[in-house]
Design a binder for this molecule. Structure first.
Ligand SMILES: [Zn+2]
Length: 105
């Protein structure tokens, strides 16, 4: 854990603090947790996300924009559809840890 201590011994600059707090905010919403969890396993179109999670498509699009702004998801265009996938291993690892934490006794 020496690396961890060395990297974090000093105070954080304000931009880093802002990004960290925004990222926790991103993970602090039930719909966004479900979307990211789905994108853990596979790339999905907006429609697929909406159908799988039974959430309105406009809500899914809204949340995906939020996640995209934080660079937690990315998309590629195929025809008229956008296919989303996760875009950050760090944050997905944190989400997985949180889910494991919620599930252990
Ligand atoms: Zn735990």
């Amino acid at each position: 854990m020496e690396d961890f201590e060395n990297n974090h011994a000093q105070d954080l600059d304000s931009e880093t603090i802002f990004i960290v707090s925004q990222t926790f905010k991103a993970l602090g919403d039930p719909t966004r947790i479900r979307i990211l969890n789905l994108l853990f396993t596979k790339e999905c179109s907006v429609n697929e996300i909406a159908e799988t999670l039974d959430i309105r498509q406009s809500t899914v699009s809204h949340q995906l924009r939020f996640l995209k702004n934080l660079r937690l998801v990315k998309y590629r265009r195929e025809g008229t559809s956008l296919y989303y996938s996760h875009d950050d291993e760090h944050v997905m690892l944190i989400l997985k840890q949180m889910i494991d934490h919620a599930c252990h006794s």
